[in-house]
Design a protein around this ligand. Structure first.
Ligand code: ADP
Ligand code: MG
Length: 343
């Protein structure tokens, strides 16, 4: 049975794109031949951001795209932990009681806790207690000691984070740390699309390094998203037509190192403090990019079997998961996108 989870309700105020179905239906020709496509590429949140907007007035489209990019940067400034931000200030105040934070930071952390509950703790922004031990850029790679990981596990636990949405405060225990790398990009995509819509844009795509939200159509046709194989990025394993929906992919191929034949990557299993062993890649399709982003990260921890059970509890949400054995698993609503077996 499908029912809306509280996490969806919580971020609902932020959700701007909603359609009757996950997969876009092609319901007819373009409503206007005078439509122009405007697109801009830039870097944000450590990834490439492409904002595309379609409409009749190029100046209006450009102004909307500027504002959408500015919004994404604004979100990054609040949620980054690569440089001083409201998030890093919160992390430095662990053990010092409730801290006043920007309302949207409290909202995103609050939503994260609900997503932790909905994923059995697989998505947990306090993963950062152990996450900070792992440096995926160090050369040669260093694997944290068992002792360091065991000690860090004590600072992981979403149930020990207290969010007061009304007062806009968050309280962390001493030594606890929050990292929003698994949800901020999706949240930024939602916000950027909200800004495009506020500017009157009817057809658009916001794509932050493959985490994307599609609005309306691409000149009369649904936007088409290619899902690539996690080990062979030139190989398309599924083509999904989408309209008014988000598609977010996480995987063990984004940031990783290999040592003695083992792949160590940036999605941490909060139970072990070590890289997750659930999936090679996880693509989640759903109405909110923030939620899809968090779920995609959670799928990589949970693996295909348990992961798909969780997905089925979310309304209008689907997933395509590539297991560690390379096998492709899809949720019920994505059967049609499943790659055809080669003979
Ligand atoms: P990407 O940033 O490549 O799109 P994800 O959305 O999967 O990838 O996010 C991975 C990031 O999420 C990590 O780099 C880290 O910042 C954070 N993270 C890692 N493990 C977890 C976890 N178990 N729960 C929540 N966030 C996590
Ligand atoms: Mg994610």
């Amino acid at each position: 049975m499908r029912h809306a989870r509280p996490a969806l309700a919580l971020l609902a105020a932020l959700a701007v794109v909603a359609g009757p179905s996950v997969l876009g239906a092609d319901d007819g020709p373009a409503d206007d031949d005078e439509l122009l496509v405007r697109s801009r590429k830039t870097g944000v949140m450590g990834t490439e951001l492409i904002v595309t907007a379609i409409g009749p007035d190029p100046d209006a489209l450009d102004a909307a795209i500027d504002a959408a990019i500015a919004e994404m940067r604004r979100v990054e400034d609040v949620m980054t932990d690569w440089r001083p931000s409201p998030l890093t200030r919160l992390n430095e105040a662990g053990g010092a009681g409730p801290q006043k934070v920007p309302a949207e930071l409290a909202a995103v952390i609050g939503a994260s806790l609900q997503l932790s509950s909905a994923t059995g703790g697989a998505f947990d922004v306090t993963y950062a207690g152990a996450g900070r031990l792992w440096d995926f850029k160090a050369d040669p790679p260093v694997i944290p000691s068992d002792e360091a990981i065991a000690a860090a596990l004590g600072s992981i636990g979403w149930k020990r984070v207290t969010v007061d949405r009304e007062a806009s405060t968050v309280a962390l225990e001493a030594e606890m740390r929050i990292g929003l790398g698994g949800i901020a990009k999706g949240y930024g995509v939602d916000r950027a699309m909200a800004v495009l819509m506020k500017h009157g844009v009817k057809h658009a795509m916001v794509n932050a390094g493959g985490d994307l939200k599609a609005l309306g159509k691409k000149l009369g046709k649904p936007w088409e998203i290619a899902i690539k194989h996690p080990r062979d990025r030139d190989r398309v394993i599924a083509l999904i037509p989408v309209s008014n929906v988000c598609v977010v992919t996480s995987g063990d191929y984004e940031r990783f190192f290999e040592k003695d034949g083992v792949r160590y990557h940036h999605i941490i299993d909060p139970r072990t403090g070590r890289p997750a062993t659930g999936c090679m890649s996880a693509t989640v399709v759903g109405p909110e990019a923030a939620v899809a982003d968090a779920l995609a990260t959670a799928m990589c921890v949970l693996g295909p079997e348990r992961g798909l059970e969780v997905i089925e509890t979310f309304a209008r949400t689907e997933a395509l998961l590539v297991g560690l054995d390379g096998e492709v698993h899809v949720s019920s609503g994505l059967e049609s996108a499943r790659p055809k077996k080669k003979d």
